[in-house]
Design a protein around this ligand. Sequence first.
Ligand SMILES: *Cc1c(COP(=O)(O)O)cnc(C)c1O
Length: 372
Amino acid sequence: MDHEADGQTSLANARLTIDLGALVANWRTLAALAPGSEMSAVVKANAYGIGVDRAVPALATAGCRTFFVATVAEGLEVRSLAPDTIVYILDGLPPGSAAALAGQRLRPVLGTPREIAEWAAWKRQGGEGDCAVHFDTGMNRLGLGPDDTADFVQDPSLTTILSPALVMSHLACADVPEDPLNPAQLARFREVLARVPSVPASLVNSAGIFLGAKYHFAVCRPGIMLYGGRGPLDRAPLRTVVTAEARVLAVRSVAAGTPVGYGAAERTRKPSVLATLGVGYADGYHRLAGSSDARLGGTVFIRGRRAPLIGRVSMDLAVADVTSVPGVAAGDWAELFGPSIPLDEAASAAATIGYEFLTSLGRRYERRYIGG
Ligand SMILES: *Cc1c(COP(=O)(O)O)cnc(C)c1O
């Protein structure tokens, strides 16, 4: 990725290239996989770190009509970015906030008896506004559990007064297609739907889309795959959205047995060439991506080849062993993840998942948006 080609000199030591065209292409790819359903977009946590202010307008222009966020603050931001779209607040209704949400046409996803009671009271006193109701089918975080679900379906006047625009649940193991919890949650969800008829339903996240049409229902809720994360589902034909790179600040040749970085956690095994990169855990390049004599860490891509990290990742710096990469020089850029090092691989080298790598991207990266 050549940021300097557009005539700007980069003053940053680390940079992100975010491909909004790829984001939209991924949304369309997922939509084509569930032709009978509406494809929404989950844009919580700053659109998984890529920038909600750029992601939402791009998706809305492409035709996305429904967005899911976690918090009310996130909902307000989406509302201002895309005034005519539907916005659901997955974390639900903060106490006493019914009027405030309704005033901004934000739809709470009601998932506790307290939230149900507050929204029903708001509607009974003549308040307007749409909502979703969340039934827990096996996740045990949010959503009405079995007892509260039984109470809810036994009181049809509640469904009438709430008149939910959507009923939803969430799969715990969608990324493990053979997990028996998937069909078990589907069956529980169907039992609930039989008791609250003719309300549009929503069950799946990104990975759930690949479980087949019977999981799709009216609305699919992909997040990570819009942003190019694949998880274990390599068969998804998705494009890379985020490329993270760090600049080579210094190159040095060292003898065998030379310790590298804090704690001298790793030593060179032979005469080596080391490249110090301008990225560290303060940028979200997790400390666990580091390497030691005991364990292998992450890999970067530089001058067309892979090079392993050596030693610990520190706050602002990481070191790559570029002994087998000819010609590395200060000023070069090394890819941390992107087209050559898949996001999920970089994350797993740091003992985490692509979701956490994206949502941890720090503020020091220079961000460049392309394809918008
Ligand atoms: C975050 C979230 C999603 C999106 O999940 P991905 O795995 O990123 O596709 C969907 N539904 C709910 C309830 C969520 O919290």
